[in-house]
Design a protein. Structure first.
Length: 94
């Protein structure tokens, strides 16, 4: 019985650690609303669309904390997603 409990514990730790390592990240300066809502915790389709609309109107984000200027995105949402947010500037077309 102890062996079975140990095996179950080992497998649960293995799968939870693997899930943490496999977490996606997203470039908020290029991603579409569907991708933003899929990757960012606490961001549904409406908030993701607000991020895209803000970016289209004001240009690329220069700081992760600039996301709090988007209606519905607060400091807590940004903090929860710090490891998922990338800020690469979109490629310039000449």
């Amino acid at each position: 019985m102890k062996v079975l409990k140990s095996l179950i514990l080992c497998f649960s730790l293995l799968f939870s650690a693997t899930g943490a390592w496999a977490a996606d990240s997203v470039n908020v300066n290029e991603a579409d609303a569907q991708t933003l809502s899929r990757v960012l915790a606490g961001v549904g389709q409406a908030k993701a669309e607000a991020i895209v609309a803000y970016r289209d109107q004001h240009g690329p984000f220069n700081s992760v904390h600039e996301l709090t200027r988007v209606s519905g995105i607060g400091p807590r949402t940004v903090e929860q997603n710090l490891d998922r947010i990338r800020l690469e500037n979109p490629a310039r077309q000449e």
